[in-house]
Design a protein around this ligand. Sequence first.
Ligand SMILES: [Ca+2]
Ligand SMILES: [Ca+2]
Length: 311
Amino acid sequence: MKLWTRLTQPAGALTLLSVLALAAWAPPAAAESSFYSSWAAANPTSTSGTNVINGTGSSCALCHFSTGGGNNYNAYGWRVRQGTQAGQAIATAIANAAAANSDLDPTGATNLVEIGAGTQPGWTPGPNNTRYTSGGTTPGQTPLAGILGSLDPSSGTGYCFGDGTGTACPCGNNSPVGGGAGCLNSLGTGGLLSAIGVSSISADTLVLQGTGMPNSSALFFQGTTQAGAGAGTAFGDGKRCAAGTVIRLGTKSNAAGSSQYPVGADIRISVRGANAAGNSRSYQVWYRNAAAFCQAETYNLTNGWQVTWTP
Ligand SMILES: [Ca+2]
Ligand SMILES: [Ca+2]
């Protein structure tokens, strides 16, 4: 018994020393992880946090301008911090921030809507973010790099997918079901069209975003109806989805398979598309795909995207 005690005492002492050493060094990390673990417990099915972790390697960027946390918050992190500074428990502060649109994203989406959509309650694209510290605020900041997925919820609805539903792709070149893209192109990807922003005539921030295309030219266009009653009609290597009276919005050169409209000084879609409140319009991207693939035609298209214009 004495031997046992003698042998275990140093180990016990070492353990105590280790705990003290950890206590001396650990508080910042422990504080951050308790915030994130509370957040994850409150939002167990959200991909907002995993999009941050998988893209930046750290959960801190959900709320901070740094992967190491600290006194540099985005809009959402600052909102939660205001709650804890007011004496609220972390979980309470997170719950109290749910109804706010912290990042003032152009879709007007609340933090809870963004968390449900897997987007970022604290970030919006471009130099439209504010950096908060206890010493003051700095507007005009771009979001922390590397975060996966969209920063804001999409505006509108996809339809006419090249995934075998609706009208078949011309060569059996279907894209994966659930991917929301058009028919496959020669690169083995389906062109994907979506949009962010607000489709409001008086406050138009709508931006169409195309991905999954070759690095070629891409024509963004608007139609007044859906081709094939929404199922699309065979066209080149893909499907025509937007039809009726067509307006060409603009032609872009894809980089990394992507382009968007409008960019910079481009005319807003509400104006370019001659839209009025109440209009429901179809959008699509028609892109060049010069490689010998599928039909003799050297073009393909994205899925369709449907938008309703509000006042
Ligand atoms: Ca928001
Ligand atoms: Ca956002």
